[in-house]
Design a binder for this molecule. Structure first.
Ligand code: GTP
Ligand code: MG
Length: 146
């Protein structure tokens, strides 16, 4: 039995520019500045991963290794994009609780149904709609981290 409660950790995976850093900035409430180096970044409860790790299969092992440190893995799909780099059943590669985050739901051209299909195809069941601009979905994400 644990005597000390450990804060849960959430790791973000998604293509470049989908809004991973903005979400971490909005959720952590502290100054988080991504260095955009090709490296996994740690910020308190949050783990950020470079988009390039998803964009090239050669780096999948790095995502799997990094996921060992997290409690929840969040796959971020941009609602304004008409494509996705999450391969079918991508979620099954990870031995962690895994959720989908649909980002930028505030944006013009956002299509949440399309984004949801991409995430479901990747094997995700639990999906949260979010916007770091309007703070949509941030409370649901915070709830998961309790
Ligand atoms: N409309 C809208 N734009 C957003 C939102 N979140 C992020 N953006 C914009 O999307 C762009 C990329 O955001 P980042 O948070 O840097 O994305 P990232 O996934 O960390 O990108 P990389 O670190 O380059 O992989 C920026 O221009 C943001 O202003 C959002 O909720 N709504
Ligand atoms: Mg970033």
């Amino acid at each position: 039995m644990h005597t000390k409660s450990k804060q849960k950790k959430m790791m973000f995976v998604g293509e470049t520019r989908v809004g991973k850093s903005s979400l971490i900035r909005a959720l952590s409430g502290r100054e988080y500045r991504s260095h955009r180096a090709m490296a996994v970044e740690y910020c308190g409860q949050f783990i950020n991963t470079p988009g390039e790790f998803l964009e090239n299969r050669r780096f999948y092992h790095a995502l799997i290794t990094a996921s060992i440190d997290c409690d929840i893995l969040a796959l971020v799909q941009d609602s304004t994009r008409n494509n996705s780099l999450f391969p079918p059943l991508f979620a099954s590669m990870f031995n962690r609780k895994i959720i989908g985050i649909i980002s930028k739901v505030d944006a013009t051209g956002a299509n949440t149904n399309r984004a949801e299909l991409f995430l479901k195809n990747a094997g995700i069941k639990e999906i949260i709609l979010s916007s770091s601009h309007t703070e949509t979905g941030l409370d649901s994400l915070r709830q998961l981290l309790l």
